[in-house]
Design a protein around this ligand. Sequence first.
Ligand code: SAH
Length: 240
Amino acid sequence: MKLTPAALVTLVAVTLAGAIQKKERARDPWAEARERMVREQIEERGVRNPDVLRVMRQTPRHLFIPERLRSQAYEDHPVPIGYGQTISQPYIVALMTELLEPHKDAKVLEIGTGSGYQAAVLAPLVRHVYTIEIVRELAESAAALLKRLGYDNVTVRWGDGYQGWPEEAPFDRIIVTAAPPEVPKALLDQLKPGGKLVAPVGSSIFGQDLIVIDKTRDGKIRRRSVLPVVFVPMVKGKQP
Ligand code: SAH
């Protein structure tokens, strides 16, 4: 068989790409599971934003999960992270990130740091992530992990998300990853006109609605429901 120069170039390129992928997998034993997670759980369900897909491919989710449960890191469900809390299902993290429409200049507020994974997914896509967690131990461990992994545009605060973060307000984007019965007023007030808020909202034990709120340039609130979801409740009255 004779190969044309073009076919030869393609053959070399394909072989090289295969070799590079293999090397990647050898370096990171989780790479294959993560790639499968992105393809089967996220792309196949319709998440299309290339930036979101790229960070989901890059972020080492297993490091945000307690060691004894690490084998479940790339499975299609939430995983316990201690203190009765969970790291959300990968698809929900990707979907909420896509719905938030992150951009390079955005100042983002997250309520419910938990493991720090959602903050790590957002960090490469925005200017800065401010994230609040009410369980002190989780706030401290997430802050330490994010620092160790080199996320230098994430600030973690131990506090109550119902108050938002007035000193840093207003925010271009707000993402809530614990479920309040209604969107807290402080958060709506701290959202910039033209900004966007994504949150699971509702108090039913069976779950909540994932909603997207747009604050128009003239300050009006537009709200739409996207999907039924199940999140841990956003707790009240335990202000640190
Ligand atoms: N985003 C997280 C998952 C969040 S689980 C991750 O990527 O891992 C929801 C988190 O919200 C829990 O850690 C819980 O402790 C926290 N939380 C609940 N009520 C809160 C409140 N009022 N203020 C701040 N955090 C709260």
